[in-house]
Design a protein around this ligand. Structure first.
Ligand SMILES: N[C@@H](CCC(=O)N[C@@H](CS)C(=O)NCC(=O)O)C(=O)O
Length: 214
């Protein structure tokens, strides 16, 4: 199995956490999103993933793109330990929390979006950072309301063991810290992040622990 990743990619970070939790080892193939126009746009990578995004997982002649699809694939091929609960409503809750990060927060703050704001729309660094922090605040406020208010939240986003929701939450909070976003209004989010970061599987997935970290 090969994982096409970039150390700072939060979508790849999600997959690295899940791989570690499940004890699956992979070959790490770095795709440098910052080199030149970005290695993700080079022909060889485009052939693998025409969306020019990381991560991608290659196994047995199949290439799987989109981190949530990869997480579900890993859940099906390596069911232990489960990262989705058993009951349908509980599974839906975990997926809903994961998607709240992956579909509502992350795409608005992706590299290509930030570059477009700057290069095509003329936003300066201040305006770009304000954009970034706004969508983090909107997204984390909604997550905080859910996580603080719903009885299924325990040590982790759902229950006493990590799930796909935690795999998505931790990288997003990592990014929020990197962009110096205010986190005090989200105590439950931060409390869960810290519980996750106490686990070696999350620690080993961190950007600074990856072979391409600079
Ligand atoms: N929805 C995709 C998002 C993937 C994505 O946006 N990856 C980012 C890094 S976190 C990327 O490759 N960005 C390159 C770019 O914006 O040009 C997923 O979950 O896999």
């Amino acid at each position: 199995m090969k994982l096409y990743s970039f150390f700072r990619s939060s979508a790849a970070f999600r997959v690295r956490i899940a791989l570690n939790l499940k004890g699956v080892s992979v070959g790490y193939v770095p795709v440098n999103l910052r080199k030149g126009d970005g290695e993700q746009y080079e022909a060889a990578y485009r052939k693998l993933n025409p969306q020019s995004l990381v991560p991608a997982l290659e196994e047995g002649g199949h290439v799987i793109t989109q981190s949530l699809a990869i997480l579900e694939y890993l859940e099906e091929t390596h069911p232990q330990p489960p990262l989705l609960p058993a009951a349908p409503a509980a599974r839906a809750r975990v997926r809903s929390l994961a998607l709240a990060v992956a579909c509502e927060i992350h795409p608005l703050n992706n590299t290509r979006v930030l570059n477009y704001l700057k290069d095509k729309l003329g936003a300066n660094d201040e305006a770009r950072d304000a954009w970034y922090r706004n969508w983090i605040a909107v997204g984390l406020a909604a997550l905080e309301a859910r996580l603080a208010g719903e009885k299924e939240t325990e040590r982790f986003c759902h229950g006493a063991t990590p799930t796909l929701a935690d795999c998505c939450l931790v990288p997003q909070v990592y990014n929020a810290r990197r962009f110096k976003c205010e986190l005090a209004p989200y105590p439950t989010v931060v409390r869960i992040e810290q519980a996750c970061l106490a686990l070696p599987a999350f620690q080993r997935a961190a950007p600074e622990r990856q072979p391409d970290a600079v």
